[in-house]
Ligand binder design. Sequence first.
Ligand code: ZN
Length: 365
Amino acid sequence: MNNSTPALLRTLLLMDTREGSPEIQKAIEFVADILSECGVRYEIVCPVKCAPSIVAHIPGKSGKSIVLCAHMDTADFDKTLWHVDPLGAVCLKGKMFGRGALDCKSLCAVWLSLLTQIANSKIVPKHGITLLITSDEESGGEWGAKWALNNTQLLNDVMLVLSEGGGYPVYQNSSLLYTVQCGERGRIKIQGEYDPPKISRQELMQQGVSAGFYSEKTVEYSKHAPGKARHIPLKEFDAVQCERDNKYTIIYKLPFLDNYKLEIDPSRIIESVECGKTNGAIKFLPTLQRALTKHMDAQLLPIITPGYSDNRHFRNAGIPVLGFFPLSIDNGIAGIHGNDEYITQQSLDLAEAVLSEIVNTLAFQ
Ligand SMILES: [Zn+2]
């Protein structure tokens, strides 16, 4: 079998792994076959129908491990709005199109290719390397990441989880920065309207630094109005973002702010999802920076994303997570969950080179 990252990605893109699709099982079995070929031990866990996850492990000497995480399920799509077949793995002008090309099958392919290379080298790493590919990230991760965390031994003694959620190139004036997801916003649904307290951005950013979610780079970035090219809107650094929904308000809050500080009346809360602490993840940033610098003249920008991924389950369990899948500058990301999702060959090469460097540093040194 051709285990190169583009070949693996192509096979995965040809399978329909939207929520509830029976082909999710086929995709997970394909991963299992690749792992079997190079003698990596794995376990497929499937607590509910159509949501299998695979956990594989290369043992290390120390008993500790790093976890390479990604998800096989994808968002839905409306074929009539695409210019190419979303399940066709169409290659055009250096881009590979398909639902899941960015979210998150490329990361699945990179992790799988990397794991097979390490296994085939027969060198025992200092720390173990665990692969976790889940199948229900898009529907909350309860039966994938969270279940695997609570029900398999392989996620004990984890030094760091590397996952999706960052790696987007942005500009600050003319300097290039790469986002790293160090946290996600918590989500609280309350009855009625909500008027957030005014907290100055400067105060917020300092609290974010103290809590280990931001760096001085983030503070600096948040002081300047964004440029015209790729940027993060400054409202991403607001204490809360609110959405009105009939009788309710959904509050997306920065994870280091407590409800008391945000003046959220507990009696009005209908639903609350916490997104955890950083658990010291920021201490791994220099390793990521060194790997990135070998390939790009760019600095890391720690951020908290508005999204929502499997990462919060690890953070809530006290495990450090960084979201980082570095893309090339010309890779548009509007297709994530939208139409004509694609990844460029340059992105795939960059991600593979940088992530392989990071994994090799963390696991072997
Ligand atoms: Zn995703």
